[in-house]
Design a protein around this ligand. Structure first.
Ligand SMILES: [Zn+2]
Length: 172
Protein backbone atom coordinates (compact mmCIF):
# COMPACT_ATOMS: atom_id res chain seq x y z
CA UNK A 1 0.00 0.00 0.00
CA UNK A 2 1.57 3.25 -1.15
CA UNK A 3 0.41 6.55 0.30
CA UNK A 4 -0.90 9.11 -2.15
CA UNK A 5 1.85 11.36 -3.44
CA UNK A 6 4.59 8.97 -2.43
CA UNK A 7 7.26 8.19 -4.95
CA UNK A 8 8.16 4.81 -3.51
CA UNK A 9 10.55 3.00 -5.79
CA UNK A 10 11.75 6.17 -7.49
CA UNK A 11 14.33 7.94 -5.33
CA UNK A 12 15.26 11.57 -5.62
CA UNK A 13 17.89 11.16 -8.32
CA UNK A 14 19.30 14.66 -7.95
CA UNK A 15 19.85 14.19 -4.23
CA UNK A 16 21.35 10.76 -4.81
CA UNK A 17 23.80 12.04 -7.40
CA UNK A 18 24.76 14.92 -5.12
CA UNK A 19 25.30 12.61 -2.16
CA UNK A 20 27.40 10.17 -4.19
CA UNK A 21 29.24 13.09 -5.80
CA UNK A 22 30.36 14.30 -2.37
CA UNK A 23 32.12 11.01 -1.47
CA UNK A 24 35.84 11.59 -1.14
CA UNK A 25 38.92 9.46 -1.65
CA UNK A 26 39.89 7.58 1.56
CA UNK A 27 43.44 8.99 1.47
CA UNK A 28 43.23 12.43 -0.10
CA UNK A 29 40.23 14.68 0.72
CA UNK A 30 39.22 15.01 -2.92
CA UNK A 31 35.88 13.98 -4.36
CA UNK A 32 35.98 10.68 -6.26
CA UNK A 33 34.21 12.49 -9.09
CA UNK A 34 37.09 14.97 -9.37
CA UNK A 35 39.68 12.19 -9.23
CA UNK A 36 38.03 10.49 -12.19
CA UNK A 37 37.22 7.48 -10.00
CA UNK A 38 33.45 8.01 -9.98
CA UNK A 39 32.43 7.30 -13.58
CA UNK A 40 28.65 7.01 -13.61
CA UNK A 41 25.54 6.93 -11.44
CA UNK A 42 22.41 5.47 -13.00
CA UNK A 43 19.06 5.05 -11.31
CA UNK A 44 16.43 2.79 -12.78
CA UNK A 45 13.26 1.69 -11.02
CA UNK A 46 14.74 2.09 -7.55
CA UNK A 47 17.97 0.35 -8.51
CA UNK A 48 21.13 2.40 -8.26
CA UNK A 49 24.21 1.46 -10.24
CA UNK A 50 27.45 3.24 -9.40
CA UNK A 51 30.43 2.69 -11.68
CA UNK A 52 33.89 3.36 -10.28
CA UNK A 53 37.30 3.17 -11.89
CA UNK A 54 40.12 2.56 -9.46
CA UNK A 55 43.48 4.23 -9.87
CA UNK A 56 44.97 0.77 -9.26
CA UNK A 57 43.22 -2.59 -9.10
CA UNK A 58 45.33 -3.35 -6.02
CA UNK A 59 44.15 -0.16 -4.34
CA UNK A 60 43.46 -0.92 -0.67
CA UNK A 61 41.03 1.99 -0.58
CA UNK A 62 38.43 0.28 -2.75
CA UNK A 63 36.48 -1.25 0.12
CA UNK A 64 36.36 2.06 1.93
CA UNK A 65 35.13 3.83 -1.22
CA UNK A 66 32.34 1.28 -1.62
CA UNK A 67 31.43 1.62 2.04
CA UNK A 68 31.31 5.41 1.81
CA UNK A 69 29.15 5.29 -1.32
CA UNK A 70 26.76 2.87 0.38
CA UNK A 71 26.57 5.19 3.37
CA UNK A 72 25.91 8.21 1.10
CA UNK A 73 23.12 6.38 -0.72
CA UNK A 74 21.60 5.07 2.52
CA UNK A 75 21.53 8.61 3.89
CA UNK A 76 19.25 9.65 1.00
CA UNK A 77 17.11 6.52 0.89
CA UNK A 78 17.76 3.33 2.81
CA UNK A 79 15.59 0.99 0.75
CA UNK A 80 17.43 1.12 -2.55
CA UNK A 81 19.05 -1.74 -4.37
CA UNK A 82 22.60 -0.48 -4.80
CA UNK A 83 25.25 -2.08 -6.94
CA UNK A 84 28.81 -0.79 -7.09
CA UNK A 85 30.68 -1.90 -10.19
CA UNK A 86 34.42 -1.55 -10.77
CA UNK A 87 35.21 -0.56 -14.31
CA UNK A 88 38.31 -2.42 -15.49
CA UNK A 89 39.50 0.24 -17.95
CA UNK A 90 42.79 1.80 -16.83
CA UNK A 91 42.50 5.04 -14.96
CA UNK A 92 44.43 7.85 -16.61
CA UNK A 93 45.88 10.95 -15.03
CA UNK A 94 43.85 12.88 -17.62
CA UNK A 95 40.70 11.61 -15.85
CA UNK A 96 41.34 14.10 -13.03
CA UNK A 97 39.19 17.22 -13.37
CA UNK A 98 40.64 20.72 -13.23
CA UNK A 99 39.16 21.07 -9.71
CA UNK A 100 40.79 17.76 -8.81
CA UNK A 101 44.18 18.91 -10.12
CA UNK A 102 43.96 22.08 -8.09
CA UNK A 103 42.95 20.12 -4.98
CA UNK A 104 45.81 17.65 -5.46
CA UNK A 105 48.29 20.52 -5.67
CA UNK A 106 46.74 22.10 -2.58
CA UNK A 107 47.23 18.86 -0.66
CA UNK A 108 50.81 18.47 -1.88
CA UNK A 109 50.36 15.82 -4.56
CA UNK A 110 51.58 15.75 -8.12
CA UNK A 111 50.04 13.70 -10.91
CA UNK A 112 52.33 11.29 -12.67
CA UNK A 113 52.21 11.50 -16.44
CA UNK A 114 54.84 10.51 -18.96
CA UNK A 115 56.52 13.83 -18.31
CA UNK A 116 58.37 14.50 -15.06
CA UNK A 117 55.94 15.40 -12.25
CA UNK A 118 55.63 19.02 -11.25
CA UNK A 119 56.46 19.84 -7.65
CA UNK A 120 53.22 20.93 -5.94
CA UNK A 121 55.19 23.28 -3.67
CA UNK A 122 57.33 25.32 -6.07
CA UNK A 123 56.04 24.34 -9.52
CA UNK A 124 59.36 23.16 -10.97
CA UNK A 125 59.55 19.83 -12.79
CA UNK A 126 62.92 18.44 -11.81
CA UNK A 127 62.29 16.09 -8.88
CA UNK A 128 64.33 13.00 -8.10
CA UNK A 129 62.54 9.72 -7.62
CA UNK A 130 62.61 8.08 -4.21
CA UNK A 131 61.83 4.59 -5.40
CA UNK A 132 58.63 3.01 -6.64
CA UNK A 133 56.72 2.64 -3.38
CA UNK A 134 54.86 5.70 -2.14
CA UNK A 135 52.32 6.11 0.63
CA UNK A 136 50.08 3.56 -1.12
CA UNK A 137 50.17 1.41 -4.28
CA UNK A 138 48.94 4.23 -6.52
CA UNK A 139 51.55 6.77 -5.43
CA UNK A 140 55.20 7.26 -6.32
CA UNK A 141 57.45 9.30 -4.02
CA UNK A 142 59.65 12.14 -5.24
CA UNK A 143 61.82 14.83 -3.71
CA UNK A 144 61.99 18.20 -5.43
CA UNK A 145 65.58 19.13 -6.37
CA UNK A 146 64.66 22.80 -6.38
CA UNK A 147 62.92 23.34 -3.03
CA UNK A 148 63.72 20.02 -1.34
CA UNK A 149 60.09 19.14 -0.61
CA UNK A 150 59.16 15.46 -0.61
CA UNK A 151 55.86 14.70 -2.36
CA UNK A 152 53.90 11.80 -3.79
CA UNK A 153 52.70 11.65 -7.37
CA UNK A 154 49.39 9.90 -8.00
CA UNK A 155 50.40 7.30 -10.53
CA UNK A 156 47.34 5.25 -11.34
CA UNK A 157 48.09 2.45 -13.76
CA UNK A 158 51.17 4.33 -14.91
CA UNK A 159 53.61 2.84 -12.45
CA UNK A 160 57.06 4.10 -11.61
CA UNK A 161 58.63 1.78 -14.18
CA UNK A 162 56.78 3.45 -17.02
CA UNK A 163 57.30 6.98 -15.77
CA UNK A 164 59.73 9.18 -17.59
CA UNK A 165 63.18 8.89 -16.02
CA UNK A 166 63.87 12.00 -14.03
CA UNK A 167 65.87 14.51 -16.03
CA UNK A 168 64.58 13.10 -19.31
CA UNK A 169 62.98 15.92 -21.26
CA UNK A 170 59.30 15.71 -22.03
CA UNK A 171 58.43 15.14 -25.66
CA UNK A 172 55.03 16.75 -25.34
ZN1 LIG B 1 59.73 22.14 -5.26
Amino acid sequence: MIAAGSDAGEPDVTRLREAIGRVEDPEIPIRLADLGVLRAVTVDHGRVLVTLRTTRMACPGRQKMEYDIRAAVAAVADDLDLEVVWDTAPWQSTDVSEAGRQALRDFGYAILTRAAPVCPYCGTDDPRTEGSCGGSPCKVPFTCRHCGSPFDAVAGSLGARQATPVGFSSRR
